[in-house]
Design a protein around this ligand. Structure first.
Ligand code: ADP
Ligand code: MG
Length: 254
């Protein structure tokens, strides 16, 4: 499904060169629930942007769903993003000027789905996320957790095979964050491949596979059975890693 082969993303050159990704090889199969974890600056977002076809490697190969992205035009990349990928971001990335129905409808508009079909799909996605009675609210009329649920509805409405979530709990309190993670797990059970990006080890521990980045390299990659408690060690590793946490929790809304 996803295959990165010796992928580099390099910014700048000479003394100011930054290797955001420094030779990553990674295969993620259809139906996995994988977490990419690492401290701030380790390359997580760069990795997500490449996996999500929002950016291309400086060198190396990326194959998604059988397509080598190097050979694709901008239009083909956009189509691939639209059909295959759903995105969830830390700051929700909702459009404030339109209501949540219209926000969730947007990817379907881009995908060229006719409006009589869109209506049903959007209502179903919002209802499923517990927002069926608020479809004409605006984002700023909702709490942080509700806005993140809107963004999950937007990510899943077109039934993409892969859902990419970059720090989806980063702006939320712990309880609301866990609700968001349980929605991601549900989507995974239904067959979506879910890739969760987080600096928070206790959040990463909810996935079935943990891939750890440090300075643009994979330093750890392991799969776990759902019942396997051996990954609990991951949770206790959080102490070193709380820089982003401290700044983001103040912004949480309830
Ligand atoms: P993370 O998401 O794990 O915090 P990023 O992928 O955002 O890490 O960044 C990895 C490294 O690449 C960091 O050192 C960051 O400063 C650098 N970086 C990311 N994007 C750019 C860019 N557009 N230009 C220059 N450096 C960048
Ligand atoms: Mg990041």
């Amino acid at each position: 499904m996803i295959n990165l082969i010796d992928v580099y993303k390099i910014y700048g050159s000479g003394e100011s060169e930054v290797r955001a990704l420094d030779g990553i090889s990674l295969e993620i199969e259809k139906g996995e629930f994988a977490a990419i974890v690492g401290q701030s600056g380790s390359g997580k977002s760069t990795c997500m942007n490449i996996i999500g076809c929002l950016d291309v490697p400086t060198r190396g190969t990326y194959i998604i769903d059988g397509n080598d992205v190097e050979g694709l035009s901008e239009d083909q990349l956009a189509t691939l993003r639209n059909r295959t990928l759903g995105f969830i971001f830390q700051q929700y990335n909702l459009i404030q000027k339109i209501d949540i129905f219209e926000n969730v409808e947007l990817p379907l508009v881009y995908a060229g789905i006719p409006s009589y079909q869109r209506d049903e799909m959007v209502k179903e996605a919002l209802t499923r996320m517990g927002l069926g009675d608020r479809i004409h609210h605006y984002p700023n009329q909702l709490s942080g957790g509700q806005q993140q649920r809107v963004s999950i509805a937007r990510a899943l409405v077109g039934k993409p095979q892969i859902i990419l979530a970059d720090e989806p709990t980063g702006a939320l309190d712990t309880k609301t964050g866990l609700e968001i993670i349980s929605f991601l797990r549900e989507l995974n059970k239904e067959g979506h491949t879910v890739i969760l990006i987080t600096h928070d080890n206790s959040i990463a521990a909810s996935a079935d596979r943990i891939i750890r980045l440090l300075d643009g390299k994979i330093i750890y990659d392991s799969k776990f059975d759902a019942e396997d408690k051996s990954k609990d060690f991951i949770k206790s590793e959080n102490k070193n890693d709380n820089v982003e946490n401290a700044s983001s929790e103040g912004g949480a809304m309830h």
